[in-house]
Design a protein around this ligand. Structure first.
Ligand SMILES: Cc1cc2nc3c(=O)[nH]c(=O)nc-3n(C[C@H](O)[C@H](O)[C@H](O)COP(=O)(O)OP(=O)(O)OC[C@H]3O[C@@H](n4cnc5c(N)ncnc54)[C@H](O)[C@@H]3O)c2cc1C
Ligand code: SF4
Length: 509
């Protein structure tokens, strides 16, 4: 019997690894997967280094681990079953679409048997979610989140939410003062194992993405910094609880030039690999509230993200695939502007965030939603192209989590997760960020040379999609504003938007 451990299931305390301590373990490192998309070098280093460290840790604890480095994942399965004919394998269900079924077919084709069991790295089981969701195909996060609070008892006082409210978002929309200096984010120096991985990643990457649209060199990796072991992931959690959690809530939506981490936890890369169980993160944060009096609006804000949003996206993806991946209800067809890869734009907000992604494969939530996705949506980018970019560019990205976030929330390609698109003009960027004062574009101008591209694109987006959106009662106010613009102004907006779309493709924005 063998426990098959996938690269995003690196946790020995749950599932078959914990239940079957005497069974052999199989890990497969597939080089071909590394070339499937133009993955950021830090993403590849993170995944392959974390796998190698996990292998070593299991061996040190006395487990028999077979670690197969192969071109294709299927080669690893074949080699295993050639060595152990007819073996019975067990694996936790991978969250990606049909991945469990494909694995079972692969093992069967090579004469083995695979049992797929529940993935214990999530907090809500498919049965639990399906009981809650029934036959609906349109889901509201707030309802699900409250359900999960009751199911788990986290931040509950009997049947009532601790503090009297489920949601403290109203207190969580502040921006930092001018002299703000956020805490230093944790960094982990690469050890020998990580350095070995870095070498082959550099070889794989060398020259691979020099042509358009990546031309100018996709990615500009700074020093590698992400946790690759359970202990390092725990230390990120500790530094979050000690240095950042108290202000996590108030500054959750803030954007600050040259500051990429603010008070975010930076835990998604570790949680998504299994290095840190979401339960550990939630319980440690609640303990800080109980024992150290960390403010409830910050604690609840964090619990909402992990207990609510993370579980929600996983299950909406599970139920709505494969349609969700291809959804494009607004019929958007523009290609992704090449500067998403190269960072070459004068738009100060986008340049800063894309440079950060090129350097470390990360930006925080509001930058993902209200800068990158917002801009691409206003421009008319096809959701699938943006989804592919997020999937390749971020260290925490996997198809099950980017797809609902990008195709559902970010671009409104589908209305399964939200009732209206997350779009805004420069107004929002200026309210929640400090980029505009150092930008060559004018945040208050809509048309004419030098006007902020967000503005004309915003009104043009509303006009182009009026048929789909104007009756939405949550958008009534903005459509009233649009109707108050005379035809001359509307025509100027259309022309400006068309020119911006062309300039975006020519890298002249
Ligand atoms: C367009 C877009 C793309 C995104 N792509 C990814 C992705 O590839 N991988 C990913 O893990 N998250 C993704 N997110 C969600 C969220 O932006 C990241 O989880 C978060 O920014 C990670 O940084 P952090 O760990 O510092 O998060 P924090 O702000 O500290 O939040 C805590 C944790 O909550 C969870 N979380 C919060 N929001 C979400 C969400 N919407 N979906 C799933 N989990 C959430 C994460 O595990 C995160 O670590 C995306 C969001 C958007 C709008
Ligand atoms: S003016 Fe426009 S492009 Fe410049 S930083 Fe502000 S929102 Fe971004």
């Amino acid at each position: 019997m063998t426990v098959l451990v996938l690269g995003d299931q690196l946790n020995a305390s749950v599932g078959p690894l914990a239940d079957r301590p005497d069974d052999r373990v199989l890990l497969i490192e597939s080089m071909g997967l590394a070339r499937k998309l133009p993955y950021h070098p830090h993403k590849l280093t993170l995944v392959f280094s974390a796998m190698a460290h996990f292998r070593d840790r299991l061996r040190e604890s006395g487990r028999a681990v077979e670690y197969r480095q192969v071109e294709r994942f299927a080669d690893g399965i074949k080699a295993h079953l050639d060595a152990h004919p007819g073996d019975e394998l067990v694996v936790m269900r991978p969250p990606s679409y049909r991945a469990g079924e494909r694995l079972r077919e692969l093992v069967t084709d090579h004469g083995g048997r695979l049992t797929v069991v529940e993935n214990e790295l999530f907090l809500c089981s498919p049965e639990q979610f399906d009981d809650w969701a029934g036959d609906r195909s349109s889901y509201r996060h707030e309802e699900f989140y409250r359900f999960m609070r009751h199911q788990t008892g986290y931040l509950m006082d009997g049947s009532e939410p601790v503090g009297g409210e489920y949601n403290y978002d109203e207190e969580n929309r502040q921006t930092p003062p001018e002299d703000y200096e956020p805490p230093e984010p944790p960094v982990f120096e690469p050890d020998e194992t990580t350095r070995d991985v870095q070498s082959w990643v550099a070889e794989t990457f060398d020259g691979a993405y020099d042509e358009p649209p990546y031309g100018g060199g996709w990615a500009d990796p700074g020093p590698f910094r992400w946790p690759v072991t359970h202990e390092q992931a725990l230390s990120v959690l500790e530094s979050f609880v000690t240095d950042r959690l108290a202000q996590f809530g108030p500054y959750q939506d803030a954007m600050v030039a040259d500051e990429w981490a603010l008070h975010h936890s930076l835990l998604s890369p570790a949680i998504n690999l299994g290095l840190l169980h979401p339960r550990t993160a939630i319980e440690r944060v609640i303990e800080a509230y109980r024992e150290r009096g960390v403010p409830l609006n910050s604690v609840e804000g964090f619990v909402r993200q992990v207990l609510g949003w993370r579980e929600f996206t996983r299950h909406v993806y599970r139920r709505e695939m494969p349609e969700l991946a291809g959804a494009n209800q607004l019929g958007q067809t523009e290609p992704l502007p090449p500067f998403f890869w190269t960072g070459e734009t004068d738009m100060a907000c986008l340049a800063d965030v894309i440079d950060g992604v090129r350097a470390r494969g990360y930006s925080h939530h509001i930058e993902r939603l209200m800068l990158l996705s917002n801009f691409a949506t206003l421009l008319g980018v096809e959701p699938q192209q943006l989804n592919r970019w997020f999937h390749a560019a971020y260290v925490d990205a996997y198809h099950w989590v980017t797809t609902p976030n990008v195709v559902g929330m970010g671009t409104f390609g589908s209305d399964t997760l939200s009732t209206k698109p997350y779009v805004s003009s420069a107004n929002y960027v200026d309210k929640m960020g400090d980029y505009c004062s150092d930008c060559p574009y004018y945040k208050t101008k809509t048309t004419g040379e030098g006007a902020c591209p967000f503005n004309a694109l915003y009104w043009d987006f509303l006009e182009r999609n009026a048929e789909h959106l104007a009756d939405n009662h949550r958008m009534g106010l903005v459509y009233n504003h649009l109707e108050n613009k005379d035809e001359g102004e509307r025509e100027a907006i259309r022309e400006r938007a068309e020119a911006l779309r062309e300039r975006a493709q020519r890298m002249e924005l």
